[in-house]
Every structure is written in C-alpha cells, then in structure tokens.
Ligand binder design. Structure first.
Ligand code: NAD
Ligand code: IPM
Ligand code: MN
Length: 355
C-alpha cells in the first residue's frame, strides 16, 4: 500500500533560513494534501541561537532524532558572531555525512520571466544540474594544527577521495542524465593537471563508468575552464559532476547565471534510502538582509518540491514547480533580488495561491 503520511523535520536554522523554511513547508504541505498525502512537520530550533544557549549547534542525540523522519527541510546556517567552521561543522555538514547524503543535486534553470545577467539568453536556455559529491573530497575534515598560534604554525587539511565515493557519485550522475533524457551529456570537472592523485583517480573512474553508458555523451573540463564556460556557454550543459568543493563553487555560478541565488535549490540525497535526505536552498543565512522580510523564498520552495519528488509525490512536486513557474512568468510578485519590491511572505502567498 502506498504511504500517505510523511514525517518532515524542519530546521529553519539561522538568518533568512527562519524566513523561508516555514513558507516552503506550507506550500509543500498543501501540494501534498491535494495529492492525498499528509506532511507532518516537527520543528527543531537548532542553530546559532541554540548554540548561544547550549554551547552546541544541535543536541547530542540530534542524528538519532532526525533518523526517524522521512526527510529534512533545512533553511540556512551561519552567524556573523560565530566562526563559520563552528556553526557549519556543528549542524549542516555532520548531517550530510552521517546520513551518507552523498549526492548533492543542484538544478539551475533559466525560468520564464527571469533575466540572466548574461546577454542573449532566454527562458529555458539554461537547464542544467550540478551533481556534487557531498561526503568526502576536500570536505573530509581530516587534518589539524601543529604549533598552534605560534609563528611556525602549520595547518594540514587533507582531501580524501575513495574509489567507492568517486564511483558512486559519477554513476549517480550518469543515471540522472539518462533519466532526464535531455541533452544526454555528463560533464566531469577535475583539476588533474595540478592535482596528480585525487583528480587522476577521478578521471580514471569517470572513464570506466562512462563506458557503461554508451548512450550518454561525455565531456571533461578542468575546473578553471569550467568556471569560464558556466558563464560563456551555460546553455550547453546538462549534468555536471564535481567534487565537493568544486561543486560548491560552480553551483553558485550556475545559480547567478540563472538570475539569482534566491532561486537556487538543492537536494542532499542518500540514494540508497537508508537515511533521510535533506533539502535546502543553495544560499546561506544572508546576514545582510536577514530580518528585513525580503529574502526570496523560492529557493527554499523549489527545494521543498525536490523533497516531494524524492518522497515519491511526483504529481505534487510538479504542481509546486508549475506554481513557481507561474509566479515568475507573471513578473508581478517578486523579491528585490529579482528586481521586484515584494516581500518574502507576498511571494510565498502567491505560490501558495497557485498550488
Ligand atoms: P549567502 O548565500 O548567505 O549570501 C550571499 C548574497 O546573496 C548576499 O548578498 C545575500 O543577501 C544574497 N542572498 C542569499 N540568499 C538570498 C535570498 N534567498 N534572497 C535574496 N538574496 C539572497 O552567502 P554568504 O554571505 O557567503 O554567507 C552568509 C552565511 O551563510 C555564512 O555564515 C556562511 O557560512 C553561511 N552559508 C550557509 C549555507 C547553508 O546553510 N547551506 C550556504 C552558504 C553560506
Ligand atoms: C553550500 C554551502 C556549504 C557548503 C557551507 C555553508 C559549508 O556553501 O551548501 O553550498 O560549502 O557545502
Ligand atoms: Mn555554497
């Protein structure tokens, strides 16, 4: 029998995370309800305020608590008064790692009614996915300080690339390109001209996985050239697969060429479904606009639509996507990042009304 009720952990977190997460959940809950499913939310007040009160970003049993949910919807983490490595390594990054959410999928679509900062591009011209390895690579958190605080201090930070980790993310990218059936292209990003071990392993694995997918075309780019080509010819990309750090950087470029980081969504997926997956906007807590009520909620709302899709509620997800596209195409209700004057709640209400 199909499942009808889904338990969602809401972690609004910091800054504008608090302004966009509830709205995203509300839209998703309505779309799900119309499709005969119920989303039940449990909100967790974890984040930097929690840290100020408890000395930790989340409680010691947080992972066990989250494990019982079907999915996690997260806002953003980061506070101007606390070092980012403390906040992010205390909340967001451990969830990605502990739940083995190894595929971070970040779509970039140029929607109707939105203009790209690049000239000559029209709606639909950009339609790509950045698939970012999410559990190892440059984010492995292996290292330390020697001679801490002294002039001879040394910091070591080691990137870790396992064949298992590289192979599964590359295979995921090929399967996604096949399922999408759009340009049938997977672009691999490395820096194997300079990094002669990790990225050489990546290139070798890419070549061997590619051989399993003769129907998918391939392209290999060095990350510096890729950064340029994300600006020069974004319309040529389909699925792009990259390591943790390269995928992080490139997905901010793919976000801005489609108009605003306020539209960029992401899904941290454990494709094996052993653990809950986590859905969150690409953007951060945006301290410069936090509390003003002008953050674009669409990145969070698109992320919530990706959550419904992951939960198998495909019709509801499509309904959300159509509502978002409708609001953008109408070019009336939009936040300042898209050149409008509407508030976060006005945009959320406009989407809700169309669901
Ligand atoms: P940011 O994404 O928070 O902001 C970058 C710029 O984009 C800012 O000018 C901001 O106002 C704008 N912006 C971001 N989201 C927007 C939205 N929804 N609507 C309109 N404008 C938006 O990146 P940052 O300034 O580098 O980082 C701020 C904090 O967030 C830092 O502490 C950082 O570590 C953290 N961060 C967290 C995440 C996350 O939780 N996933 C992601 C990125 C950064
Ligand atoms: C993102 C963010 C995070 C990352 C930071 C906040 C640790 O930039 O989700 O893109 O680098 O993964
Ligand atoms: Mn980022």
């Amino acid at each position: 029998m199909d499942k009808h009720s889904y338990s969602i952990a809401l972690i609004p977190g910091d800054g504008i995370g608090n302004e966009v997460t509830a709205a995203a959940f509300e839209v998703a809950a309505k779309a799900a309800k119309d499709a005969g499913a119920t989303l039940v939310s449990t909100e967790y007040d974890w984040g930097t305020d929690y840290y100020f009160n408890h000395g930790a970003m989340m409680p010691a049993n947080a992972i066990e608590t989250l494990r019982g949910h079907d999915a996690i919807l997260l806002g953003a983490v980061g506070h101007p008064n606390v070092p980012d490595n403390v906040t992010l390594n205390g909340l967001l990054l451990p969830i990605r790692r502990r739940f083995d959410q190894f595929a971070n999928v970040r779509p970039a679509i140029l929607f109707r009614g939105v203009s790209s900062p690049l000239k000559g591009l029209h709606a639909g011209d950009i339609d790509m996915l950045v698939v970012r390895e999410n559990t190892e690579g440059e984010y492995a958190q292996i290292g330390g300080f020697v001679h801490e605080t002294h002039p001879q201090e040394v910091a070591i930070q080691t990137a870790v690339f396992t064949r298992h980790g590289v192979e599964r993310i590359i295979r995921f990218a090929f399967e996604l390109a096949k399922r999408r059936n759009k340009k049938n292209l997977v672009t691999s990003i490395t820096k194997s001209n300079a990094q002669g071990f990790s990225m050489v392993l990546w290139d070798r694995v890419f070549e061997s996985v590619a051989a399993e997918f003769p129907e998918i075309n391939t392209e290999s780019l060095l990350v510096d050239a890729a950064a340029m080509n994300f600006v020069r010819r974004p319309q040529t990309f389909d699925v792009v697969v990259a390591s943790n750090l390269f995928g992080d950087i490139l997905s901010d470029i793919s976000a801005i060429v489609t108009g605003s980081i306020g539209l960029a969504a992401s899904a941290n997926i454990d494709p094996t479904r052993r653990f809950p997956s986590m859905f969150e906007p690409v953007h951060g807590s945006a301290p410069d606009i936090a509390g003003k009520g002008i953050a674009n909620p669409l990145a969070a709302i698109v992320s919530a639509a990706m959550m419904l899709d992951h939960l198998g509620l495909h019709t509801a997800a499509q309904k959300m996507d159509a509502a978002i596209e409708g609001v953008l195409a109408e070019e009336k209700v939009r936040t300042p990042d898209l050149g409008g004057t509407s508030s976060t709640s006005e945009v959320a209400a406009a989407v809700l009304a169309r669901v």
